[in-house]
Design a protein around this ligand. Structure first.
Ligand SMILES: Nc1ncnc2c1ncn2[C@@H]1O[C@H](COP(=O)(O)OP(=O)(O)OP(=O)(O)O)[C@@H](O)[C@H]1O
Ligand SMILES: [Mg+2]
Length: 314
């Protein structure tokens, strides 16, 4: 059985090599090695040489996603689940959080502003109420509100809208993107948790108003009840979602932790943003995780969960 760990990455440059080095060092006695995964066209029954793949980029490279789904079927422990990652969306996650008892801002999903040319409003969209009752929608979430994509990252197309006019003009620019409209949490405190293996949670104070490289506030540790609650809620969410690698963000208002964004299955691991001690924590936890999968001591949370698993033997 393969004992090779493959890493798939995009432009990031600080995490990959130290991670590969650490896995090679810690896995050596068990014959486990790590490398940057190398792909280039795959046959459907061509089992990949990797026992484990850490995927940090398939959301932007569809060929990787296609490869990973088949690799998962053929026995590779893929981090994170390529099937669920593709299906997951922020609106769904808000419903899930509510059902799990984790606080989230009041949230609505909106019909798209624009459609592909083949869609004709009169004939193709007979299930849609039109025009939208914006007054009712805004009454639910209040103002100001946040208008943001149902899937996405990097703060792209995230708008803070202060009035109905603001909202309509932002919405008019959203094109074919599916957007959610969310109660704005006017927070007094903010915590971002790095989550590895659905159990290990590192809460870090985070100031989203600052430039990217200054956001992690390591000189103000998260302590006491706030820390405990952040850890509990982040564990609840990542366990239910099955993400072995994620960040979960909370805005804290009047002592309540509101989960703002927990759809980050390829989270920022750069040492210059999360800072050195947190970077070491991530390296260690990620290394332990892949070693446990490579040794066969643990299996990925998603294995066996899709319907088709019952018809195949990995
Ligand atoms: N409901 C909300 N209330 C208050 N602030 C919010 C809310 N939604 C989003 N924000 C702010 O906007 C930022 C970006 O939103 P969000 O994290 O959902 O987008 P993203 O594109 O996934 O960002 P990232 O790349 O950091 O994961 C958050 O870090 C937070 O500061
Ligand atoms: Mg995000």
């Amino acid at each position: 059985m393969s004992r090779l760990v493959g890493l798939m990455v995009g432009r990031e440059n600080t995490f990959p090599q130290p991670f590969i080095d650490l896995v090679n060092q810690q896995g050596k006695t068990d014959g486990i090695a790590a490398e940057l995964a190398s792909l280039g066209g795959n046959g459907e029954l061509e089992a990949p040489p990797y026992a484990v793949i850490v995927d940090r980029i398939s959301h932007e490279v569809p060929y990787y996603r296609a490869f990973l789904k088949s690799a998962a079927l053929l026995g590779t422990a893929v981090i994170n689940d390529p099937f669920w990652w593709e299906a997951d969306e922020k609106f769904f996650e808000c419903t899930l959080a509510r059902k799990l008892g984790v606080a989230v801002p009041r949230t609505l999903v909106l019909p798209n502003k624009d459609y592909i040319p083949d869609i004709d409003r009169e004939r193709s969209l007979r299930n849609l109420k039109y025009p939208l009752d914006w007054e009712r929608l805004v009454a639910y979430v209040g103002l100001p509100a946040v208008l943001k994509p149902n899937t996405g990252g990097g703060w792209k197309d995230v708008y803070l809208v202060r009035s109905m006019e603001d909202l309509l003009s932002a919405y008019d620019g959203t094109g074919q993107k599916t957007m959610i409209l969310q109660e704005f949490i006017d927070w007094q405190d903010y915590v971002r948790c790095i989550c590895v293996g659905r159990r290990h949670v590192l809460p870090i104070r985070y100031d989203p108003r600052l430039p990217f490289h200054e956001r992690y506030q390591i000189h103000r540790p998260v302590e006491g009840q706030l820390r405990d609650q952040a850890i509990r809620d982040a564990q609840t969410l990542t366990e239910a979602l099955g993400y072995d690698m994620d960040t979960v963000e909370f805005a804290v208002r009047d002592g309540t932790l509101y989960a703002i964004d927990f759809l980050n299955p390829a989270p920022d691991f750069d040492n210059f943003s999360i800072k050195e001690d947190n970077f070491r924590w991530v390296l260690t936890r990620m290394c332990d995780l892949v070693l446990s999968y490579a040794r066969g001591e643990a299996v990925p949370p998603w294995r066996g969960e899709q319907r088709w698993w019952r018809y195949v033997r990995p």
